[in-house]
Write a protein that binds this ligand. Structure first.
Ligand SMILES: CC(=O)N[C@H]1[C@@H](OP(=O)(O)OP(=O)(O)OC[C@H]2O[C@@H](n3ccc(=O)[nH]c3=O)[C@H](O)[C@@H]2O)O[C@H](CO)[C@@H](O)[C@@H]1O[C@H](C)C(=O)N[C@@H](C)C(=O)N[C@H](CCC(=O)O)C(=O)O
Ligand SMILES: Nc1ncnc2c1ncn2[C@@H]1O[C@H](COP(=O)(O)OP(=O)(O)OP(=O)(O)O)[C@@H](O)[C@H]1O
Length: 483
């Protein structure tokens, strides 16, 4: 991309200086000054913690040939483009720079408080099973051309997405679109063929301030649908029903998922023992033995099914793939121990997710159910009381322990947990700060037919070290089972 082309791409351009080198070729783009190289375009973003405009000099020292920003900047030695919104400009520019890599693909955006990763992974697996190649951007990883990459955010910026998709041969792209990403214009300009809404419940209120704001953030995804695009919505969720009503009122086609006869894809009957599901799709009834457990996962299956049949997968082929799906790492991963105890490791960290996860475990557990969980430092503290009362009600015993501390100290977290237990806990609750010690205690007090449910981290690596030298919950359970 040449420098002078930049001026045409940015609508509200106000170049600080004339274009000294219109033929200068932009060799890369970054919004991180420390990653700028010779000939790069630097995009200065005023962020939540830092202001990228304070790093423009560093970016120029590193070789930036032009800068985009929101603030007035004078006397820079390279052309400066002042724009209304740097994040939007970043997305727009990266699309042009990488020659619109999403334009010739089927784009699926999945949003919702819970179920994005499971639903997105189901869709990817069903499509891959049936002849479509499918790229994936989500919480657990990114997959492009069948290559798996680690990821930072659930939803990267479009710069990162386009960089990965440049040269991708994938037919379809599934993107988990978080409310943060939508608020921060991370996928600005992407036109989706399908937008999925799994559910909305209490989470991230520290960021959005209210459920209404949280809902409005999620709703943005549905304004990014192509003209031919379709919304696929769980209308058994209150916010989903509201969204469907609003979209239908605007003439947007909606495919509804739920347990109601009027739903386009109905979760007709689910039993957990044996694990079997009956889906109704129009006149057809589909019976299957899913590999996933829990009613919440039946909704994920219904969402994924509704999407893939729209793309062209035959119903019976979709069912076959759903039954073979191996699940998502750390989403209700079950381990059978020598003692006869079953351990489920799950990622749930919201009240709604915890409710579903505990209910599922309760349905499978014939003996005692011990639940082990904690709360992430610096995250939405308003959901903790609700989570403790759900656990108090649905588990026989629970242990409050450490989750990611972030900037909170271990001692501060201990005080938080003790205070929460005293205020909202019951006599079956305890606090054991060291996560591995807490797992050890839970395993020591269970046996045949008992279950231990460990939630909050799932597959994720521990952010801090504990007594036993292990990196995650799965490793801790295996280590202690061998001990
Ligand atoms: C609070 C938040 O969402 N922050 C996101 C935001 O960062 P920011 O722009 O505010 O960054 P900042 O640290 O304030 O820095 C501002 C700017 O200065 C630049 N800078 C800074 C320092 C320097 O030396 N040089 C320099 O250029 C930075 O590169 C940045 O462009 O934009 C970044 C680029 O997209 C994101 O990586 C980052 O996500 C942070 C890491 C994060 O943890 N976000 C969480 C809340 C999040 O987004 N979670 C959702 C999933 C939620 C869920 O469903 O559970 C997600 O999609 O991951
Ligand atoms: N449809 C659902 N409704 C409620 N809870 C769910 C649903 N699907 C999954 N969960 C619960 O939420 C947890 C997270 O599931 P998943 O990773 O699929 O969702 P997510 O939206 O990607 O979450 P995150 O954005 O935190 O990664 C699961 O471990 C499970 O306990």
């Amino acid at each position: 991309m040449k420098l002078h082309e930049l001026a045409h791409v940015l609508k509200d351009v106000n170049p600080e200086r004339s274009m000294p080198h219109p033929e200068v070729v932009i060799r890369g783009i970054s919004y991180k000054s420390q990653e700028v190289e010779e000939g790069y375009l630097f995009v200065a973003i005023k962020g939540h913690k830092q202001n990228g405009h304070h790093y423009i000099d560093e970016a120029i020292e590193n070789g930036a040939c032009a800068v985009i920003g929101e603030e007035v900047e004078r006397g820079l030695e390279v052309p400066y483009f002042q724009v209304e919104n740097s994040r939007k400009a970043l997305s727009l520019i990266s699309d042009h720079y990488y020659h619109f890599p999403t334009a010739d693909k089927i784009l699926i955006g999945v949003t919702g408080t819970n179920g994005k990763t499971t639903t997105g992974s189901l869709i990817r697996n069903i499509l891959e099973d049936n002849g479509w190649s499918c790229a994936f951007f989500g919480s657990t990883n990114n997959v492009i051309n069948g290559e798996v990459y680690t990821t930072g955010n659930t939803t990267p910026t479009l710069l990162e997405i386009n960089r990965r998709l440049y040269g991708s041969n994938d037919d379809v792209v599934v993107i988990e679109v978080s409310s943060h990403a939508l608020t921060q214009h991370r996928v600005e300009g992407v036109a989706f063929d399908y937008a999925l809404f799994t559910n909305l419940s209490h989470d991230h209120l520290d960021y959005h301030g209210s459920m209404e704001n949280y809902f409005q953030a999620k709703k943005k995804l549905f304004g990014m649908l192509k003209k031919s695009g379709k919304a696929i919505i769980n209308t058994d969720n209150h916010w989903g029903a509201l969204l469907a009503e609003q979209l239908r009122g605007q003439g947007q086609p909606v495919i509804s998922i739920g347990e109601k006869d009027m739903d386009d894809v109905k979760v007709d009957r689910y039993t957990s023992n044996p694990n079997s599901l009956l889906l109704k799709d129009g006149d057809g009834t589909l019976s299957m033995r899913p590999s996933l457990y829990g009613l919440h996962n039946m909704y994920n299956i219904a969402m994924a099914y509704a999407t893939v049949v729209q793309i062209g997968v035959k119903a019976e082929d979709a069912v076959f793939s759903i039954e073979r799906f191996e699940g998502v790492e750390g989403r209700f991963t079950v381990m059978e121990l020598k003692s006869g105890t079953a351990v489920a490791i799950d990622y749930s960290h919201t009240p709604d997710a915890l409710f579903h996860c505990l209910n599922t475990t309760r349905e499978l557990c014939a003996g005692k159910l011990i639940h082990l969980f904690g709360f992430r430092g610096d995250r939405d503290g308003s959901k903790r009381k609700e989570m403790i009362s759900i656990s108090s009600e649905l588990s026989d015993q629970y242990i409050l322990t450490s989750d990611d501390l972030n900037s909170v100290t271990s001692e501060e977290m201990k005080d938080i947990l003790i205070d929460l237990q005293e205020k909202y806990g019951n006599r079956n609750g305890r606090v054991i700060l060291d996560r591995t010690r807490a797992i050890e205690e839970a395993l020591a007090s269970t046996g045949e037919n008992d279950w231990v449910l460990i939630t909050g981290k799932g597959h994720e690596t521990y952010q801090q070290s504990y007594h036993y030298p292990v990196e995650n919950d799965g490793e801790a359970v295996s280590f202690l089972d061998e001990k």
